[in-house]
Ligand binder design. Sequence first.
Ligand code: TYD
Length: 138
Amino acid sequence: MEINDVRIIKLPKFLDERGNLSFAENYKQIPFEIKRTYWIYDVPGGESRGGHAFRKNHEFIIALSGSFDVIVDDGIQKRTYTLNRSYYGLYVPAGFWREMINFSTNSLALEFGSTHYDPSDYIRDYNVFLKMKRNAEV
Ligand code: TYD
């Protein structure tokens, strides 16, 4: 996958005076089958999360509440995506270094993954990531 495969996907939005509704389905808005979901919340000011890459896991990230930035890095270039609406998701395929920063107060990040949790799928050392990218191992 190339960095151009990383993209913001607009989700359906049903505006209603009773409150709005959005949704996402496997292989429709989300370009993979969801095996896992997790969420990040109560992030103290100035903290960052998720400085790592995945070998196999594809992700789809939504700012359900508040805002934060996701920096995606292919080893050569970095792109920053600001998520601040609950009807946008960021698709991050496997093989990119990604980090989440600038969490607003009370922000809530919802993440879907294409694999079950597997610690061995993580690349946590940036220099190892760069080496793997150079050798096309990820
Ligand atoms: P981690 O992905 O390492 O978060 P970050 O990169 O933002 O620091 O997750 C933190 C801990 O949560 C990790 O040590 C194990 C646990 N965890 C699970 O058990 N299952 C999961 O699906 C995730 C994402 C994390």
